[in-house]
Design a binder for this molecule. Structure first.
Ligand code: NAD
Length: 498
């Protein structure tokens, strides 16, 4: 059986007998499809050393030349999109239309990175004092690291290293060990595009690899995306070791369904946003807060009908709407949350606990599930389920709905469905959430904005990709210079310069 190893200095490392390995599953069949090597401290050290050795020359490569490699990379990603989507499907389970959407979003981040010569131009002020000019420039940090989750195995690495690299840093990526192959394939395309050896290195692994990245002195910054408990650990450990860190965490994204909403439209939007990718998106809309019983009853009635034709199945059939969840353990966890909601008094209106997927009886499937009468004291409401489950909470007023959202520990995404511009404007102004949609269920910012939640959905100051990522992967240096005219001597002055 194949074992996925690591990429150091643009080459796959050999797998040795002493390497620890973990199984990689095809979640649709429930079978192990390959293994992945889990990097030892020595292997991570080797990757860091390769990145350190590549840094001086890469830092001094003109930004336009660095961007030219990104242009070729973007073309190669487009030419190989089907291959990448296939690998994502096999190890993650998402259907090709969804995998292609994920990849397209990643490609847009590469496009934005191609713009680096413009983004790195800096700021200049002439004559800040007599004969004195001053400017700020944005310099690379050195070797930086990225640690990514399973749910967007192709896209999330592309949030990080294209911009980091084009800004002059060298990079060590640690993808999710549950589905490592798409990150490997995408990195190989960047080598094919002409990236010099050592600029991007990929180590697969678990906590052992991560902990070395968090403590090694050569790593100057860590960008992390994953669940909140791990994000918090990454952020505090990286900070304690003197590193810059951004750590994006989990979510519980609410939509408010106002009584005046176009209900058919809201139902269509909710279907994709709640069940797409089996709900394994950090922007999945997992809670619908209906304002008034009439809106709630209409929503439940229409959703139950609209959910009947939904098809859960293997990624190999593009007619399927969504695939399995990532592991058997996660499948059991999602089903456990449905059980707990029911035991706590909520009503399971559409039950996806035992989906029949012909020919894939051992797959990790959960069908689309709709739960009514959920309340905020229930564990299934408080925690991120990360499965194809939409919970409906009934409230009487918009204020009550907003208070509920603001009280939740997560603040990643949210959306309001309404025809009332005044209500929408008030909502977007006052809601304590980082990414807000008005009749847009998945308000994922485009590549030239930045992505990030509030509260315990993001630890750190700067959001991912877009303009914030240029700031995250560079440090500002401000230079003030005077060239006195010949013959002019400066006098002694003990006052603070003004
Ligand atoms: P995860 O936290 O389990 O793993 C993320 C990464 O951390 C992986 O590379 C993993 O190997 C590593 N890791 C896991 N446990 C670790 C430990 N104890 N010490 C050090 N490193 C460890 O997350 P996941 O299950 O892969 O991904 C799903 C989660 O990610 C969900 O909570 C989802 O909401 C979140 N997510 C958030 C965003 C966002 O932008 N906010 C985007 C995608 C996913």
């Amino acid at each position: 059986m194949k074992t996925v190893s690591h990429l150091i200095n643009n080459r796959a490392t050999p797998v040795t007998e002493n390497d620890r390995i973990a199984p990689v599953f095809n979640p649709a069949t429930g079978q192990v499809s390959k293994n992945v090597a889990l990097a030892s401290k020595d292997t991570v050290q080797e990757a860091i050393a390769a990145a350190e050795a590549a840094y001086p020359a890469w830092r001094n490569t003109p930004p336009q030349k660095r961007a030219a490699i990104m242009f070729r990379f973007k073309e190669l990603l487009q030419q190989n999109a089907d291959r990448i989507a296939e690998v994502v499907g096999e190890e993650h389970g998402k259907i090709s239309h969804d995998a292609m959407g994920e990849l397209q979003r990643g490609i847009e981040c590469v496009e934005y990175a191609c713009y680096a010569p413009e983004l790195l131009k800096g700021e200049h002020s002439r004559n800040v004092g007599p004969g004195i000019d001053s400017w700020s420039e944005f310099q690379a940090l050195g070797v930086v690291a990225g640690i990514t989750p399973f749910n967007f195995p192709a896209m999330v690495p592309l949030w990080m290293y294209p911009m980091a690299i084009v800004c002059g840093n060298t990079f060590v990526l640690k993808p999710s060990e549950r589905n490592p192959s798409s990150a490997m394939l995408v990195a190989e395309l960047l080598y094919e595009a002409g990236l010099p050896e050592g600029v991007l290195n990929v180590v697969n692994g678990d906590k052992e690899a991560v902990d070395l990245l968090l403590t090694n002195e050569s790593i100057k910054a860590v960008s992390f995306v994953g669940s909140t408990p791990i994000a918090e650990y990454i952020y505090t450990t990286a900070n304690a070791n003197g590193k810059r860190c951004q750590a994006l965490g989990g979510a519980k994204n609410h939509s408010i369904i106002m009584p005046d909403a176009d209900m058919d439209n809201a139902v269509n939007q909710l279907l994709g946003a709640a069940f797409g990718s089996s709900g394994e998106r950090c922007m999945a809309l997992s809670v619908a807060v209906a304002v008034g019983d009439k809106a709630a009853d209409t929503l439940i009635e229409k959703m139950s009908v609209a959910m009947q034709p939904l098809k859960v199945g293997a990624y190999t059939n593009s007619d399927n709407d969504f695939g399995p969840v990532i592991t058997r353990e996660h499948q059991q966890k999602v089903v456990g949350f449905i059980d707990s909601a029911e035991n706590d008094g909520a009503k399971v209106v559409v039950d996806g606990r035992n989906p029949q997927v012909e020919g894939y009886e051992d797959g990790f499937f959960v069908g689309a599930t709709l739960i009514d009468n959920v309340t905020t004291d229930m564990e299934s409401y408080q925690q991120e389920i990360f499965g194809p489950v939409l919970q409906v909470v009934r409230v009487n007023t918009m204020e009550e709905a907003m208070q509920m959202i603001n009280d939740h520990e997560y603040g990643n995404g949210t959306c309001i469905f309404t025809r009332d511009g005044e209500a929408a404007r008030y909502f977007s102004d006052a809601i304590q959430v980082g990414m807000v949609g008005i009749n847009v269920p998945l308000p994922v910012p485009v590549a030239y904005h930045s992505f990030g939640g509030w509260k315990r959905s993001l630890f750190g100051d700067l959001h991912a990709y877009g303009p914030d990522s240029v700031r995250f992967f560079t440090k500002r240096k401000t230079i003030t210079q005077r060239w006195p005219s010949s013959g002019v001597r400066e006098g002694v002055d003990f006052a603070f310069p003004s």
